[in-house]
Design a protein around this ligand. Structure first.
Ligand code: ZN
Ligand code: ZN
Length: 69
């Protein structure tokens, strides 16, 4: 998978704030600027386009959970 975002200074992205409208402040993931709001950002491409390429928010949440233990 090409979802290895190794940003040194990740920006905080709140997941689940899309069409579902379900907002959970505990569910945040870190994305580098490029994958967050930059050229390949989830906010730039829209979640529908971004997730098949870089992985779903759920997958990123699990990755963050692992790295934080
Ligand atoms: Zn990135
Ligand atoms: Zn965001």
């Amino acid at each position: 998978m090409a979802n290895g975002c190794e940003a040194k200074n990740p920006e905080i992205h709140h997941t689940g704030t899309g069409a579902g409208g379900r907002k959970d402040h505990a569910k945040v993931i870190g994305l580098c600027h490029t994958h967050h709001r930059g050229e390949q950002g989830i906010h730039t491409l829209s979640r529908k386009v971004w997730e098949p390429i870089f992985g779903t928010e759920e997958q990123h949440l699990q990755r963050v959970a692992l790295s934080l233990r």
